[in-house]
Design a protein around this ligand. Structure first.
Ligand code: PHE
Length: 393
């Protein structure tokens, strides 16, 4: 008989067993003595304890509560199992010892398992079931970041010049009229400005024209910013984003990227320019590529030239890509105009065109990337379409 096992009157009388102040504190009702040791009576008695242990365990959460549970059930002196051992196991008649012992062992294992689960040393069955994964399902593909093809091309161009001893510079995308145009020898009202129309910041009519802000149309203003900061010699490449009033089509974008180059020193000649660019084109497109220069015009270089490379698609024989000419135009360049040095000399007198000379060049990154990767629509670079971008990952 186990009736009165948790007699309420006794429970009220029982003092709290632990000093824990947690709300889940468990106090033990003493285990009543058994009056019968037949297997039905034992089953019933142990089943009641098993149920109690499970109920106690179900309410566990905070570490304090888990410790209270441990004390209540496994406490050395006052734990319930200790009580069961002395009242049921030790008191059992000899022929019932084995039956009580087996049940006691099972109960103890259950309590220990419940404690393990609650203290996190082993997940519950329910938790395991919830976390179960079907390893036959296709896995989740983890996307790693990759360089955008424009960034990659820009870095590649920069590294060709870095290997020649050039340093790398940057400048602002929102630029003043002075740096973008005037100091690059596009005087106010000069028709060359029309070739590089751009967005200007509104509401600046009261500012002097040279201070008005616009989205830079080329990376050339960073030539001036560099020279104002450093006396010659200078060897620098400047990658960056530029903007122009452009009707977007397959080969034009109102936003694109350039890599600018500037080399200033004593005795820099046009052959230095030719040799440098010939080397750079071979490094970028392969050693069999040839270069040639065509006369051109830029306000900030004199003389100026457009650089063409032999068509990388047909090897120079003539194809659709090079419009049957065998040549593809790739960048602008020239010897730094003395007028540009004169602007630089306002801050750095060492830029005296009588003593120094230099060359500059500027190339469009998209055009080079399109050729290198066989991309026919410039818009693809900026569409954000993963089907396109993935190919470069
Ligand atoms: N800034 C010129 C452009 O945007 C390119 C260039 C740079 C030409 C340097 C000559 C020298 O078209």
């Amino acid at each position: 008989m186990v009736s009165g096992r948790f007699a309420r009157a006794k429970a009220r009388a029982a003092a709290p067993r632990s000093g824990l102040s947690c709300s889940l504190r468990m106090t033990n009702d003493p285990i009543p003595n058994l009056t019968a040791f037949d297997s039905a009576a034992l089953d019933k008695a142990f089943a009641a304890l098993k149920k109690q242990a499970q109920q106690d365990a179900a309410a566990l959460g905070a570490p304090e509560a888990v410790e209270a549970f441990r004390l209540k059930w496994l406490g050395r002196k006052q734990g319930l199992l200790n009580d069961v051992s002395s009242r049921w196991l030790k008191a059992a008649p000899a022929d019932a010892k084995k039956a009580v012992g087996e049940r006691f062992k099972k109960l103890k294992e259950l309590v220990e398992r419940l404690l393990d689960e609650a203290s996190g040393s082993g997940p519950s069955d329910a938790a395991l079931a919830a976390e179960a994964i079907d390893i036959t399902l296709p896995g989740t593909r983890r996307l790693t970041g990759a360089e955008h093809p424009i960034t990659r091309t820009m870095n590649e161009i920069v590294s060709v010049f870095a290997a020649l001893g050039y340093s790398v510079g940057v400048g602002p995308e929102v630029e003043t009229d002075y740096y973008n145009f005037e100091s690059m020898n596009f005087p106010p009202g000069h028709p060359a400005r029309d070739t590089q129309d751009t967005l200007v910041v509104a509401g600046q009519e009261r500012r002097p024209q040279r201070d008005r802000l616009l989205l830079r149309t080329h990376t050339s203003p960073v030539q001036m910013r560099t020279m104002e900061l450093e006396p010659p010699p200078v060897r620098i490449v400047i990658p960056g984003k530029v903007h122009r009033n452009e009707a977007d089509d397959a080969t034009h974008s109102s936003m694109f990227h350039q890599v600018e180059g500037l080399c200033v020193d004593t005795n820099i000649t046009f052959s230095d320019l030719k040799g440098t660019l010939d080397h750079a084109m071979k490094a970028l497109f392969g050693s069999s590529v040839k270069t040639r220069l065509f006369p051109s015009f830029f306000p900030f270089t004199e003389p100026s030239a457009d650089v063409q490379i032999s068509c990388i698609f047909c090897g120079g024989k003539g194809c659709r890509k090079c419009k049957q000419s065998g040549w593809i135009e790739l960048l602008g360049c020239g010897m730094v105009d003395p007028a540009v040095f004169a602007f630089a000399a306002e801050k750095q007198p060492a830029y005296d065109p009588k003593k120094i000379s230099g060359f500059a060049f500027g190339m469009g990154v998209e055009r080079i990337a399109m050729m290198k990767y066989g991309v026919s629509d410039i818009g693809q670079f900026f569409s954000g379409d993963m089907r396109f971008l993935w190919q470069f990952a």
